[in-house]
Design a protein around this ligand. Structure first.
Ligand code: ZN
Length: 131
């Protein structure tokens, strides 16, 4: 399925909203586009916490990939992104949020097999646990 996003749209919320409206509870996500702001995160395993970095500048999405699954029956996303700035330098990480500048072209491929997440106490993250 194809989801086109518009200037000002927040990408993560838009993908989850689209999946909720279309009853997609398991999917592969791929996207490219141009954004004006992104919040990246990186999980520090030893401390079991995320650190964040926000970029506020014109950025190309070099790659956005991840998946849609469920956590306690609720549709959740797990997305990573690589973005390039006007120096063609690339930053990347776990995607918390990103705001569309020109456009964002999202391809959503529903999966037959369901992605079910559960909180993993040892790791400190909601990991895939299909039993
Ligand atoms: Zn992640």
């Amino acid at each position: 399925m194809i989801l086109r996003l518009y200037p000002g749209n927040e990408i993560v919320a838009s993908i989850i909203d689209f999946c909720n409206k279309n009853n997609i509870d398991s999917a592969q996500i791929s996207a490219i586009g141009a954004i004006s702001k992104v919040e990246l995160a990186m999980f520090l395993l030893d401390e079991k916490k995320y650190i964040q970095k926000e970029l506020n500048e014109p950025l190309e999405i070099v790659n956005l990939s991840g998946n849609i699954g469920t956590l306690d029956g609720k549709i959740v996303s797990h997305l990573h992104i690589a973005v390039a700035n006007t120096d063609f330098a690339v930053f990347g990480g776990h995607l918390n949020s990103a705001f569309v500048a020109a456009t964002c072209e999202v391809i959503i491929t529903p999966l037959d097999e369901k992605i079910i997440r559960k909180y993993d106490d040892q790791i400190g993250l909601n990991l895939i646990d299909n039993g």
